[in-house]
Design a protein around this ligand. Structure first.
Ligand code: SF4
Ligand code: SF4
Ligand code: SF4
Ligand code: SF4
Ligand code: FES
Length: 862
């Protein structure tokens, strides 16, 4: 620690900390236009000048390059210090369209007056989209730029002498208006150092210096993935969110959580007029901290208010027409009750969704089990999750892994097993990159197709699809022969496998632990595992192999180093709340089969769309068409809802109150960031009303009541009063560690011919895809089939050709993209392309290796 004096006050600070951060932490406001907290200083703007008494070569120093030390005496407010800052700011403003900001008369002017320049007076930048939320604006105020003589008196102002460069408004997420840029390079450093993407650089020289994306073209042609980290740090209107750009002056901020994947990043919604208009990361979650991905930042806007379901609907003939909420509720309850009365409760099935909250899942579970009395309760991803959970329980004694995602970036050796976690779970991919770039961690990547993590991997093992588990098991066996020797995985290069094994053999030794695996220290080895999202068997094998690898490398501490990434947001919360088949209950696939053959006669679907999320579309559609009663609760009129008897209009996810449980068991709060419109009601209110209309006696007023009750019976959960959002983990009592190796089976040999693979992609919105919106992928980056050039050539397929992919009676039309990132013999199509069209080419429940045999041909031009 050090004792220093700041503006006359003595303070205790950590020696060596950047002075600018110390100053801000003391509540002293200081301009620092090029500094990003936590990153190395750039020292380009010079607006952070302070006086350091006795400083060398002189007292005026940059507080971003100076560090706190014992005995230091710092002044930020002396007139000469302020004057120095005004001078450097005037240079910045000389090339900025600052309008009234620096006018020396602005303090005399009142809003509405006409000034000497014959313009309406404002001390703000009324024609700028960043007005009232701009750091440059507040910086000029902080140092009273209006006091300072206009810097351009007697000179030409470069801003008005230089034609402004063109803005880039060509993508749906990020607007770039370079005339506003002050070349602080924060964006360059955020993209390079916080995101490891490097999409932005400085180009040009002298007065023509600009920031540029990629090779200087449009943003969407660069490798930018629209995470928005650069927007967060840009102190001007240069980089801004395109959605709601001109209205995103938030009236309120609401802390919440993203449910776009199981990372559970915390976010804040800025709201205006009762709707969210902007999203910022919220640092509550130790995994995501100040970073999120394009889904968390922009998917609140993927479906317009007009496309949302603000009225409840009921079937009238072959049409769904708006009815009052009371009518809709009556009809929903009557339809379900009629089936139960005629065919028994066993003829009713209930489907939930990992997009829903824990409270909704708990209610839906009670509604199904206690009120309707059916054990047939599941969700589309239930079978895959249960297969993974069963493998973990067999291996480790519990599927409640004690590992925390925040530890990944501190591991020295990391093995990632999955499709492309850069797309499916981007913030975890970011933390893996952090470990590699900042700490020199070694990464072994097991994935059948290229993803951005390949560039960060020491070794990329590219097995044939379906052979990921065998590949991971090879690594486990190399560490401990007792793990069991598997069959040789197809497609894996023997040298690469040997290098990966050597790398793992060289891993840092784990710190000692007690018999139960307990240790305060983080494991130095991490296995990060994102299962096949659609096929049960490969997911189960992958879970066994990754658990084996964690046991082989970490022994009794395996559960601390094994990181499970369920595909969907609240997968773990659903399981914890009991949303799964009861005794004798049918799983999702069995429910669909039952509905097709007539033993399931009524379906209640909450927040999901199995026509989008589930493989075997023809079977799912037949099931939805066959049932006597289909009741859907949703915030959009999904393609599944089109088959419904009744659709109950629910609030969208950003308007919900409740909790979700991340893949590392953090309980995070979702708080409402929008007002209900028309018939929209909370899911909790709808499910309570439906239960009571069916004869239940639910007395919940709100989500807090539901959780208060759930916390009594579900281990690890707590009432809201006792919850530390994103910190409380749903772990419960720790069981003694168990380490049990399990055999890993080889998938059945695939037929010759092309194999189709799919996965969760980054940009396409689940909600927009669920209503089959043409704009589900607003960027149109995920609308191609990736085919290896070696396969394309003999089929006469060229880049950009229209293709037909066919399996059985199902066909998908899509454009060809030749890409050697997919293994030869495979074609990759993003899962949510064209409303989940590719799901029709897979059998219900997926396949033994996660692939589907597919015929591919180019469409001949008409
Ligand atoms: S970027 Fe900031 S300072 Fe510049 S015109 Fe806009 S609001 Fe004003
Ligand atoms: S949005 Fe993200 S990836 Fe794109 S330039 Fe900004 S920081 Fe880089
Ligand atoms: S775009 Fe923004 S963050 Fe980047 S250099 Fe310009 S002003 Fe700074
Ligand atoms: S990584 Fe997942 S939870 Fe985080 S912002 Fe992206 S989609 Fe949301
Ligand atoms: S913040 Fe110190 S020079 Fe820019």
């Amino acid at each position: 620690m050090a004792t220093m004096t700041l503006n006359g006050a003595e303070i205790e600070v950590e020696a060596g900390r950047p002075l600018v951060e110390v100053i801000k932490e003391q509540g002293v406001r200081i301009t620092n236009l090029c500094y990003i907290d936590g990153l190395a200083p750039y020292a380009g703007c010079r607006t952070c000048i302070v006086e350091i008494e006795g400083g060398r070569p002189g007292p005026l120093q940059l507080s971003c390059t100076a560090v706190a030390s014992d005995g230091m005496v710092v002044n930020t407010e002396k007139p000469e210090v302020k004057r120095a800052r005004q001078q450097v700011m005037s240079l910045i403003m000389a090339n900025h369209p600052d309008r009234c900001l620096t006018c020396h008369r602005r303090v005399h002017c009142q809003p509405g007056e006409i000034c000497l320049r014959d313009d309406v007076v404002t001390h703000r930048c009324l024609t700028c989209s960043k007005n009232y939320r701009c750091e440059l604006q507040t910086s000029t105020e902080l140092i009273d730029m209006g006091e300072f003589e206009e810097p351009w008196v007697g000179e030409d102002r470069s801003y008005y002498e230089t034609p402004p460069p063109d803005p880039d408004r060509a993508n749906p997420f990020l607007e770039f208006d370079p005339q506003m840029c002050i070349i602080c390079t924060r964006c360059v450093r955020a993209c390079a150092d916080l995101r490891h993407t490097g999409a932005i650089s400085l180009s040009g020289k002298g007065p023509s210096t600009m920031i540029a994306f990629g090779t200087g073209g449009a943003i969407h042609e660069s490798n930018c993935d629209f995470c928005g980290a650069c927007i967060d740090v840009c102190p001007t209107a240069t980089l801004m969110e395109k959605p709601n750009k001109w209205v995103a002056l938030a009236e309120e901020w609401t802390n919440s959580a993203c449910n776009g994947c199981s990372v559970g990043c915390t976010i804040s919604y800025g709201t205006r007029d009762g709707r969210p208009v902007i999203v910022r990361p919220d640092r509550l979650n130790p995994t995501s901290r100040d970073q999120i991905c394009v889904r968390g930042r922009f998917h609140y806007d993927s479906v317009t208010d007009g496309q949302r379901l603000s009225r409840s609907l009921a079937r009238r003939g072959d049409r769904l027409l708006p009815v009052t909420p009371e009518e809709a509720m009556d009809e929903a309850a009557s339809a379900l009750a009629a089936v139960k009365a005629e065919h028994g409760a066993d003829a009713v099935a209930v489907l939930g969704s990992p997009l829903a909250t824990n409270e909704e899942a708990a209610l839906l579970t009670r509604l199904a089990r206690e009120v309707i009395g059916t054990p047939h309760l599941d969700h589309v991803g239930g079978p895959v999750h249960r297969a993974v959970a069963a493998a973990f329980t067999e291996a480790l004694g519990s599927d409640r892994l004690t590992s925390t995602y925040a530890d990944i970036e501190h591991a020295d050796t990391i093995v990632v097993v999955g499709g492309d976690i850069e797309e499916s779970h981007q913030v975890i991919s970011l933390r893996v990159k952090d470990a590699v770039v900042k700490r020199g961690a070694k990464l072994v990547l097991i994935s059948s197709r290229w993803g951005e993590l390949v560039d960060f991997a020491e070794v990329w093992l590219q097995p044939a699809p379906g052979h990921e588990a065998l590949t991971a098991q090879q690594l486990a066996h190399s560490v401990d022969a007792a793990a069991g020797e598997p069959a040789t995985p197809e497609g894996v290069d023997a040298d690469a496998l040997a290098r990966a094994c050597a790398l793992i053999a060289d891993r840092k030794p784990a710190p000692p632990s007690d018999d139960n695996g307990a240790s305060e220290e983080r494991p130095t080895f991490a296995v990060v595992f994102a299962p096949d999202p659609f096929s049960v068997e490969p997911a189960a094998q992958q879970a066994r192999a990754t658990a084996n690898l964690a046991i082989a490398a970490l022994g009794g501490r395996a559960a601390m180093g094994l990181h499970y990434l369920p595909t969907d947001g609240n997968t773990l919360g659903l399981a914890d709340m009991g949303l799964q088949p009861g005794d004798g209950g049918r799983s999702f696939h069995e429910i669909i089969e039952g509905a097709r053959e007539g033993s399931i006669r009524a379906l209640l679907i909450h927040d999901d769309n199995p026509l989008l999320s589930a493989t075997g579309t023809a079977d799912v559609r037949a099931a939805l068409e066959a049932v006597d009663a289909l009741v859907v609760v949703d915030s959009v009129r999904s393609t599944a809802a089109e088959h419904a008897n009744v659709v109950l209009a629910e609030l969208p996810f950003f308007a919900k109150n409740g909790t979700i449980t991340s893949g590392d068991r953090r309980i995070t709060r979702q708080r409402p960031a929008a007002e209900p419109r028309r018939d929209e009601r909370e899911g909790v209110a709808i499910l309570t009303a439906l239960a009571n209309a069916l004869g239940g006696e639910f007395a919940y007023e709100n989500a807090a009541d539901v959780m208060a009750e759930a916390a009594e019976r579900v281990e690890g959960y707590t009432r809201y009063e006792g919850l530390m959002p994103s910190r409380t983990r749903a772990l419960g009592e720790m069981t003694a560690a168990r380490t049990q190796y399990q055999p890993v089976a080889a998938p059945a040999a695939a037929d010759n011919g092309l194999r189709l693979i799919t996965g969760r992609s980054l940009y396409t919105s689940w909600e927009a895809s669920s209503i089959h919106s043409e704009d589900a992928d607003k960027l149109h980056r995920e609308e191609d089939a990736l085919i290896n050039p070696r396969d394309a050539e003999p089929l006469g397929i060229r880049m950009g050709d229209d293709l037909v992919l066919a399996a059985g009676d199902a066909e998908v039309r899509i454009t060809a993209r030749l890409d050697d990132g997919v293994a030869p013999g495979t074609v990759y199509v993003p899962a949510w392309y064209d409303g989940g069209a590719v799901m029709a080419l897979f059998p219900l429940g997926g396949s033994a290796d996660g692939t589907a045999a597919v015929q591919v041909r180019a469409l001949q031009p008409a």
